[in-house]
Design a protein around this ligand. Sequence first.
Ligand code: CIR
Length: 268
Amino acid sequence: MPHRPGQSFRFTHAITRLPSDSVANGLRATDTGDPSGTRFREEHALYVKALQEAGLTVDVLPSLEDYPDSCFVEDPAFCLPEGAIQLRPGAASRAGEGAQIRPALAARFDDVVKLPEGGHVDGGDVLMLDDVILIGLSARTDRRGADDFSNILSNWGYSAEICETPEGVLHFKTACSTLGDGVILATGVMAESGFFGNRELVVVPEGEEYAANVIRVNDVVLVPEGYPKTRAAIEAAGFKSVVLPTHEARKVDGGLSCLSLRFALSNG
Ligand code: CIR
């Protein structure tokens, strides 16, 4: 696909969803205590403000009590300037979230297509770079879903590569992020995977693996609070950072990228 400089971090819009009180029942690999809906909504408000300060128009959708993990809007959809794709998350309790987010996609995009029946893809497994889109197979994203998703991307002029997310990592992007300008932030395991070719890598210091999930939004990189070595490494690589609390999201394996769909529209 053509190299589109800035495609991975120049955005005009974001879609988010308020955390519900039922987020206390959210999925997690290890139980470190339930998140509080109230405290999560406070952290979420700071997140929305940071996106707005980075220049985005942010749609904040109402919370959905029937879907405990629905504030993690990155997983049921993927957005490109050409249109939006309604995905099918791989966890049974999240399968209906695609249909729930579709009206918000339709409000912003003329073209909304749906991942064909059969396969599963979580948006957390999709890493958009400026010259390729990486799709990680995981416990949530299967081969059929990845192939179908890749076909849709190809119809819109994008090329995708399918990778194996390392064992024990929830989503591909749990362990890596784009910092933009051809630079990848990755945990040691991901850095050694070979997925990133000869791109420049910033490796997350040991013990701070959670901080591998950051988001570059226009001129800043949003970084979770409490990971000073990672923040310093990002700054040393030449990026400006903004720190945000993600303590409640972390209790249910969520990070900064999961909390929004970010995209660039030319028609406001
Ligand atoms: C889940 O397990 O689906 C949620 N508790 C966390 C989802 C995090 N999303 C993401 O990394 N994109």
